[in-house]
Each structure stands twice: as C-alpha cells, then as structure tokens.
Design a protein around this ligand. Sequence first.
Ligand SMILES: Cc1cc2nc3c(=O)[nH]c(=O)nc-3n(C[C@H](O)[C@H](O)[C@H](O)COP(=O)(O)OP(=O)(O)OC[C@H]3O[C@@H](n4cnc5c(N)ncnc54)[C@H](O)[C@@H]3O)c2cc1C
Length: 549
Amino acid sequence: MIATRHAVRGLASRRVTPHLAIVTKPASSPLTAGSSRPTVAVIGAGFSGVLTAVHLLRAPDGPRVLLIERGPRFGRGAAYSSANAGHLLNVRGANMSALPDAPGHFLEWLGVNQAEGERVFVTRDRYGAYLQSLLREAAGAAAGRLAFEHDDAVDVARTSGGWSVGLAMGRRVKVDAVVLAIGNLAPPAPEGVSEDVMKSDRWVADPWAWIETKAAATGDVLLIGSGLTAVDVALSIGESEPNAQILALSRHGLAPRAHAPIHAVAARREPPSGSVRKVLRQIRNEAREDWRAAIDSLRPHIQELWRSWSVTERQRFLRHARPWWEVSRHRLAPEVAADLDRLTAAGLFAVAGGRLVSLTLAPGGLEAVWRPRGGSALQRRRVGMAINCAGPLSDVERARDPLIAGLIRAGLARSDACRLGLDVDLASRLIGADGTVEGLYAVGPLTRGQVYEMTSVPDIRIQAADVARTLLAELTGRVAGSLADGPDGKTDPLTRALGLYLSERTAELDVEIQDKSASRRMRSAWELRGRREALDEVAAWLEARKTDA
Ligand SMILES: Cc1cc2nc3c(=O)[nH]c(=O)nc-3n(C[C@H](O)[C@H](O)[C@H](O)COP(=O)(O)OP(=O)(O)OC[C@H]3O[C@@H](n4cnc5c(N)ncnc54)[C@H](O)[C@@H]3O)c2cc1C
C-alpha cells in the first residue's frame, strides 16, 4: 500500500484557489473586436504556452493572445493534470517559480518560507492550480485580450500579412504571430510490440490518459521504460492493484534516483569546459564524493557546454552519458522514492535492463521476450497488460502529429542535428528545411536540441519570458536600436533581445546609457557564458553605474 503524504498535502492546501473556470469563447469575440493590437496564437496551454501568454498579456502595449488547447483543461499540460495525491513535483518548491525574475513567486503563492520551500515537493495538481491562477491574473489585468480556443491546431500556414492556424473543427484563424508550445510528442510504439497487441485492450499507448481514467491494472504489468513516467504509473498501479507485480524494462535498466531530503547547495566553481570526455571525467571524479553535488554544479552550465560542443561531441554525450545523466539529473521526490522502495522491497516492482524482442498475445494475457543487457539468453515473462512508458518521440521528421508533420512537409520546420526535436535559432524561432527562419516561435521541450536542457520549469520559464520579450519587440516595433550593437540591429534576434532588455533595465533603474558598451558587454558575456550570467553581469554593471552616478 502506498503511504499518503499528509504533510505535503496539508502544506499545499493552505491556500485554496479554485480551478480556473474556462469558458471557451469563439476566437472571434475579443480578438476581432476592432482593436488595432496584433494577435498572437499560442498553441498549447501547458506550462510553456501559459507562461508565454502571461508575459505577453502583462505588457500594457502587448498583443491579444489566442490560447489554443486540445486537452480538457487549460494551464495543466501533461505534467500538471494528474489529480493523484502521490504524484509530486520532481523539483523542490523553491525552484518552481514560473517567473524567472521573481524566484520566490511560487513559495509566496503557496504561503511558505524559503526554508520550507527547500524541502517541499508539492503535488502536481497544486502546481497546475498555480499556473491557472497566473493565467487568470494576467487575463484579468489585460481585459479582453485573452481568448481560449478549445480545439486541436492541425496546421499553420503563411498568409500575406502573417499566419493562419487551421483547427481540427474546420475553422482557420488569422493571426500575426504563432508560438508552438505543444510539449512532447507522443512516444513511438516500441520495437517488438505486435500489431495485435497494439490493437488489444491489454496495451496502453498513452500512460497519462490511462492514469486519468483510474482504470485498474489487469494482472501483472510490463512497463516499457523505467523513467519518471514508469515510476508514476507503478505508483498508480500500486494504489489500485496492491498485488500486481510490475516489471519495468528499459535498455539500460536504470531507474530515476532520489533527491536528498535536505537540499545541499552545490559549490560554486569555474564553469567546466572542453570535450565531453574531459567534462565527464571531471564530473565522475567529483561524483565519487557526492554525485548530487557533482550533477548540480554542472547543471547551470550544461546549456553553454552543449552549445560549445560540435555535433559529433553532442552525439558522444548522448551515446555515453545521456541515460546516466537523465536518471541523476531528473530525480524523484524523497517521498516518491520511499514509496517505490516499499514496492520494490515487497517484490512488487523491479527494473530489468534489456531490449524487448517481442510482445505478443498469449492465452490469458501477453508474452514478453527480451534480451538482457550484456547477456545472450532470452528472458520471457507472462503479464496481463503492458504500458508504453518509453520516452517521447524526439525525431520530429517521423512525427505523425498533423501539426508537426505539416510544418515539416511545408519546409517551415526541420529536425535539429541530433534529432532531439525542432531546430530553432537563439531566439527560439523555427529553422526551416532550407535553413531560413520564417518567424514561427517554439517554446518548451521540443526545442531542446538548441541547449539540451529544456525540459523543466527552471529552463522553460526563461525561454518563455525571452520569446515573449522578442515577440513584443517585433510586434510593437520596440527595437532599442540606439543601444543595439550587432551585425544588424533591426533583424538580429539576439541584438533585439539585448537592446530591449537594456532599455527596460535602464528605464527601471532610471539611468541613461549613452554609449554602446553595455550592449557590447552583454553580447560577449552571452556568447561566452550564456544568458543567465550575461543578465546578471549587465544588471550588476548597471547598478554600479547608478551608484556611481
Ligand atoms: C509527468 C511529468 C511530470 C513533470 N514534473 C515536473 C516537475 O516536477 N518539475 C519540472 O520542472 N518539470 C516537470 N516536468 C517537465 C515538464 O515537461 C515541464 O515542466 C513543462 O510542464 C512542460 O510544459 P509544456 O507546456 O512545454 O508541455 P505540456 O505540459 O505537454 O503542454 C503542452 C500542451 O499542448 C497541448 N497541445 C499539443 N499539441 C496541440 C495542438 N496541436 N493543438 C492544441 N493543443 C495542443 C497539449 O494538450 C498540452 O496541454 C514534468 C513532466 C511530466 C510529463
């Protein structure tokens, strides 16, 4: 039996915010009501889409936003839809603010202090309520500028003055800009699973939808994959079918590792640099003392490192380090790990490493055959059902999703060099088949090829704010050309973003920058050390000028 988590739920429920009541209005009402504001279509209302919309709405001179979502609820997405009290965030509350410039925002919303926030892992349901409250607040302050479209966006096409989005119900909506925030693509069917199995009710292709239905497991269960999704599914089965035996099969046989109960701040150190081999050797050495600290200290630099590596080096990282990095970096909340340990100790959960050879229908169930990792003798097991917990499809050129497949066909999108998702430039704009940028934006996990880590809130919140800022500049013509110092102050997205950031900061701090040194300084910091450090550095520089003045 899985233990419940009164402490966490108690904490999380201190402040009760009702679910966002979504009234699905036809897109025509507020968005075509005679205002001269441009309209941005944001496709997908999970974390990435909601935060992009929130930033756009918060700008007084910002555009109208059409938020398109095919799922049942806006502001939840795949991650924060689960109502299961055992499904906790896998990131500490203290690091889950949705707003990059207000690190304590989520804790304030929860009503807990920093020390509590360093310990607590709230339910995903609670976090979904937080996202919805952010959206509701932004929409309230920007009356008439947000419309919801409850439909599936199936196509995006260029028009003479902008874009048009095709909806599954048959309508087309004309907009000035489009942001794709569609999350991950559905996992592909694993090799070896027979057509008969996939058509049968013993096969679950979408674990999240299955969890939502609260259906009971049929007998023992094979999970294909052993990552965070497999853990969620195992815990759900453990609650509803306490006697079911669960086997999670994955190539490497690695299960996610746990967070330490108390967060130890990783020591600050020089950013690692050099080849994959050199960086991994350094991390392995450090990991001998404390593996969490070793990973955590690398974490802020992984985007810069990734950018600095050639495609061959990146592929080397994916081949040699990815499985190990994923289980060490994306960790389980201690309570979740304890539940999993209980299942394991009771002989009800196990992880096996190997390659699935076949999964076929057998009398009364399914028969799985796999080749164990490093072994040659095939293993067999009879189960009642199997659930696909393999990771999402990352090769967008194999996508069946009509929206992505259509963009690829039209040459508006392509896969990044490592086939981790969509190819995007530094401003998160899609790069088309011939290498050109047409001006479609993407936010979220599908853009990870650019920086590798773009999976979790701490990374996506920065990207969503950046994309909104760039879009605002584009749509309102707010280009701080006088401060821009790049190859082309009007069209280069990095220069535009820098210019805008500087003009905002200088206005905020009430200082005047007459020369181009701030922009130049920020550009080189950005290129050498990445965005976060560049922002910090320039902010400190501006503050110092203010003090001097
Ligand atoms: C189970 C789970 C738990 C997680 N836990 C954490 C955590 O604790 N902390 C953390 O930092 N990160 C966590 N993550 C990572 C998570 O991916 C990010 O935090 C973030 O939620 C991603 O949001 P997203 O909006 O990009 O994607 P999603 O949440 O997947 O949202 C995309 C939305 O787009 C909609 N959509 C897709 N295609 C279309 C279309 N064509 N038309 C209309 N709508 C469309 C989908 O219905 C969906 O609602 C978790 C992920 C999962 C899957």
